[in-house]
Design a protein around this ligand. Structure first.
Ligand code: ATP
Length: 300
């Protein structure tokens, strides 16, 4: 029997724009993703199945709201790994200690899937390269390849084209989630309605701002990174999710260098250059019954 525990970090989007819509309906994006130290812990226990014995796959999770059957991305990742490697003649138990808020735009499911892919690869003698893990990951979700790679990356295509870039300079991130769930497909649908399916001139991608932010990140300039921070989903989500908008305003009022919604929301992050101010901001939100965490960017 072999056991391995892995940290599965959440992500935030420092920049998130849509560049078009493919004929299959998937949106192409361009942006910057950053791993953060708020993380789940994924523990894998693998033991050989006896001859003729049906391999068992089980999963437990500390968040009772999440599925523990084949719908959990952790189990789906394990099946995809075993299908690709032929190493599935083993019992597997996955335990997820969940800290990342679910369905909040922080890639909580994708990062668990990535941790399972990486962990099983370690436990079975590394049969696959990182590129192959990313390819399997993409079949599970657009954010999985980023979660396999981590750090700070420019993300293009549907999320699978990754290029390392300068990370967010050392800072303290307050992440808060008001619990007004956002369905990612519904948020995309709203944007399609607002911008005529991204197939005409109704929306011009913010390429210059992305280039400017990448320059700021390269120069370790937190203010510059914040000045050009952008998330197209804010236009679709904030008008109907007033709590997320209020959190964003509060974070700036109490000293964040910048604050923005992450992914399709509703989680919001604020970047602080001062730890005390960040902790005070998190406490202020927690006192209003808003779950909030202080964490830091992960530099690879
Ligand atoms: P993204 O930022 O990649 O769009 P998200 O943060 O919006 O992701 P997730 O937390 O990944 O959303 O959850 C999306 C859905 O996936 C949830 O409805 C949840 O039921 C399902 N899910 C399946 N497995 C997991 C898992 N291990 N952790 C979290 N959610 C999971």
């Amino acid at each position: 029997m072999a056991t391995l525990s892995l940290s599965a970090p959440a992500k935030i989007n420092l920049f998130l724009d849509i560049t078009g819509r493919r004929p299959d309906g998937y949106h192409t994006i361009s942006g910057v993703m950053q791993s953060v130290s708020l993380c789940d812990t994924v523990t894998l226990t693998l033991s050989p199945a006896a001859e003729g014995e049906e391999p068992r796959r089980t999963l437990t999770c500390t968040n009772p709201d999440l599925p523990t059957d084949g719908k959990n991305l952790g189990l789906r990742a394990a099946e995809a790994f075993f299908a690709a490697t032929g190493k599935g003649n083993a019992h597997l138990h996955i335990h997820i200690e969940k800290r990342i808020p679910a369905a909040a735009g922080m890639a909580g499911g994708s990062t668990d899937a990535a941790a399972v892919l990486k962990g099983l690869n370690e436990l079975t003698g590394r049969p696959l390269t990182s590129e192959e893990l990313c390819r399997i990951g993409l079949s599970l979700g657009a954010d999985v390849p980023f979660c396999v790679t981590g750090g700070a990356q420019i993300t293009e295509g549907v999320g699978e084209i990754l290029t390392p870039c300068g990370p967010l300079p050392p800072c303290y991130l307050v992440i808060a989630c008001a619990g007004e769930g956002v369905s990612t497909p519904a948020a995309y649908k709203k944007l399609d309605e607002m911008y005529e399916n991204f197939d005409g001139t109704a929306y011009i991608s913010k390429t210059d701002a992305l280039v400017a932010q990448l320059g700021a990140l390269k120069n370790c300039d937190l203010c510059g990174a914040g000045k050009y921070a952008y998330n197209i989903f804010e236009a679709a989500v904030l008008p109907t999710h007033s709590k997320a908008g209020n959190i964003k305003r509060t974070l700036v009022e109490v000293g964040a260098v910048f604050a923005m919604m992450s992914g399709s929301g509703p989680s919001v992050f604020g970047a602080f250059d001062d730890e005390k101010a960040a902790r005070t901001a998190a406490e202020l939100l927690q006192n209003q019954d808003i779950p909030a965490w202080v964490c830091e960017p992960i530099v690879k």
